[in-house]
Write a protein that binds this ligand. Structure first.
Ligand code: SAH
Ligand code: DHB
Ligand code: MG
Length: 219
């Protein structure tokens, strides 16, 4: 089994299930042109976020880590009518690119990009809680704290999703020198101790290599 085959299968299913989409393609193109790193979720992963949001009936979604707004567009498309997405981003240029991409997608009224470090923005969100779905995808060393806040900002039934929890399998190495891996491992340990959620992990392969998502529901 090769990475090429994973990508070919991703493309096979994308051709069947994910129609070409000018707005999403433009979001990636403009992110790239502005020099943002190419680390948005893949089309299938984006659509998975939309499917999860829809099945949760989400009216309020929180995203931590906006980048150019690619995953935000997918999440916002999964909102129930009249729903709102708040997405947190620390880097001004990323937030600016995201706002333009979100506006072109016709989602400016549904989505608010909040500029600032997530640890600074999260406490103030208590007045807008509970969120129905929370997507964690910012700096990996922050994940354990983001989990803490995700639970604080939740209600029973809230779906918490975290990206990049497998990292080509590096996650299982306790001695990894990679700060991102250590951040994910601290997140995993906090998750294991968190009695207010039921969690599992789905490993993913495809055009974004080998990685995974944590899926946790607040109980
Ligand atoms: N969710 C996006 C990808 C996010 S990449 C998508 O799939 O389309 C991670 C983003 O988190 C980057 O834009 C980075 O600038 C941002 N980030 C990193 N540290 C952060 C912090 N402390 N607070 C808020 N955002 C942060
Ligand atoms: C990185 C971050 C991400 O959110 C991602 O999906 C892939 C890579 C990174 O920081 O390398
Ligand atoms: Mg990610």
């Amino acid at each position: 089994m090769s990475e090429q085959l994973w990508t070919d299968v991703d493309n096979y299913y994308a051709e069947l299930l994910i129609p070409r989409d000018e707005v999403l393609e433009a979001a990636l193109r403009d992110s790239d042109a502005a020099g943002l790193p190419p680390i948005a979720v893949s089309p299938h992963q984006g659509k998975m976020l939309m499917v999860l949001a829809k099945s949760a009936g989400a009216k309020k979604i929180l995203e931590i880590g906006t980048l150019g707004g690619y995953s935000a567009i997918w999440l916002a498309r999964g909102l129930a009518s009249g729903g709102r997405l708040i997405t947190l981003e620390a880097v001004e240029k990323h937030a600016a690119v995201a706002r333009a991409n979100i506006a072109r997608a016709g989602l400016a009224d549904a989505v608010e990009v909040r500029l600032g470090r997530a640890t600074d923005s999260l406490p103030a969100l208590i007045t807008e809680a509970p969120f129905d779905m929370i997507f964690i995808d910012a700096d990996k060393p922050g994940y354990a704290e983001y989990l803490h806040w995700a639970v604080e900002l939740s209600r029973p039934g809230t779906l918490i999703v975290a990206d990049n929890v497998v990292r080509d399998g590096a996650v299982i190495d306790p001695a990894s020198p990679d700060a991102a891996v250590q951040g994910i491992r601290r997140f995993n340990e906090a998750l294991a101790k968190e009695t207010r959620v039921a969690a599992t992990v789905i490993q993913t392969v495809g055009s974004k290599s080998y990685d995974g998502f944590t899926l946790a529901v607040v109980i």
